[in-house]
Design a protein. Sequence first.
Length: 458
Amino acid sequence: MRQKIFRHGSFLVVISVLLTFVSASIVMYQKFGSFMKQGVKDEAAYLRAGIIAEGEAFLTDEIGDATESRVTLANRDGTVVYDSDADVSVLTNHSDRPEFHQALSEGVGEATRFSETLSEQTYYYAVRLPDGYVLRVARTTESVFRTLMSSFALLGILIIGILLLDFFMVQKNTRDLIQPINQLNLEDPLKNVCYEELRPLLVRVDEQNRQIARQLDELKQAESIRREFSANVSHELKTPLMSISGYAELMMNQMVPPEKIPEFSGRIYHEASRLTNLVQDVIQISRLDEQSLDQTFEEVNLYDIAQDSVEHLREAARKKRLHMQLYGESVLLRGNRQVLYEMFYNLADNAVRYTPEGGKVMITLGKKNGNAFYRVRDNGIGIAKEEQKRVFERFYRVDKSHSRETGGTGLGLSIVKHGAILHNARILLDSEPGKGTCVEICFPSENSRKEPAVRPAD
């Protein structure tokens, strides 16, 4: 930064000095030229008056020594009769000189001639005398180019001095400029904005800080959930494994009467089935978490999927003498068939598990406001208001006292929530203890993959 400012500043300084010097020199040269011409004219007027008063005798050697100008007197035909700088015998006729010819015809004449060899220019001013003679006064000065060239040494010294001063000023100003930036509090960048030009950058830094803080909180929360999930999985796996191990050990040691072996075998089978369901649910939700599931979307008929899930639960509903009915129509939706089946099955399975014998489970599928919906309504045990936000957590059970009897894994609604996120769907929950529960999944017409809101149904 320091070098860039110095380079740019030095460039501007050099250009400014050069332009100022050249412009000032040209203006001064023109001023000097006008003064010089006026001086020559005044000098010619004095000499003319002296010659008129005293004649040619007025032009003596002292006159030539007294002025830096060259004084020349020529007769009517251009023959030089007096010259202060040269011998008249060697001078050529001046009748062809423009200033001489102009003075004869107009009374006065002037001309400027440039010498490329000497880089000089000479100004000639001629006046006609009463007797017809022509008096000419000339003065030589340096050309503007030579004047500029003669001053370049001074200009170089001036530029070097200014560049040195610029170098030290840039060092100091850059240090003063950078110091407030180095002292910025990046944890709270908007607390004291030293330069308004930095505000857009500091706003972005502040937003990034908040985003990083949110990500850290999410990571901590995810780590906490992961630890809790691992602990819950270990606990849930431990119970059926201990039961299976205990029953098997009794049978192995022949401590079970022969008439009890079918009962113990049935318990082992029941616990093994429960263990299998738990492992399958854990694998399913882990794959949803890691998005490693084959998430191929295709056009599916939701009614066919709902009907399939109902058929798989018919036997369980029959054993509890539940009236379970599917209502609705064919609805086409782009989605993942496997995940949609898991969502529909788990909602219906929960209704069957937590509805007392002789109860009702009503499943409805259709469209409202152009969007597909899947609704499961039962008259089971219901969910208290304070627990409705937690039922979608992993391993959370509403009826903890009968959790083993129902056989649920505690992961069903969590799978439903993850499936809803995948399909950008909303989960609407309405429940009252002792009166039943209604859970509805609303699918949008397009999947934008935003996290759904879980809120009470209308």
